[in-house]
Design a protein around this ligand. Sequence first.
Ligand code: SF4
Length: 125
Amino acid sequence: MNVIEKEGYDYKFDSSACVACGGHCCTGESGYIWVKYQDIVNIAKFLNMNIDDFASNNIKKVKHKYSLIERYREKEDDFACIFFDDMKKQCSIYSVRPLQCSDFPFWEQFKCNKDEVQKECIGIL
Ligand code: SF4
């Protein structure tokens, strides 16, 4: 087990559960995976792409913010982040994933809602 806790949250997270999960936090209902400019720079560099090419193929503008795009998965009838590797069942840009991803499951919306986060993540203790 690799248990992580964060002040203010009434649950803990065992990150070793990710191996068995299959990427539940990267797939499912359509949503947003917010990226800041530095995320864009870091991911483009990781992929050996220039920023313009990376942005035009992988990012969408939502009002004044930017999100990674998703792709529809026919077999599962759901959506996956463009960087979720269906074969390996893991993030293909893990070392440079956005803050939203590295912060999961310690999101503000789950702070007082252990029941909700437990529906999303099998690593919640
Ligand atoms: S960037 Fe990686 S960790 Fe974040 S949603 Fe996409 S596949 Fe998952």
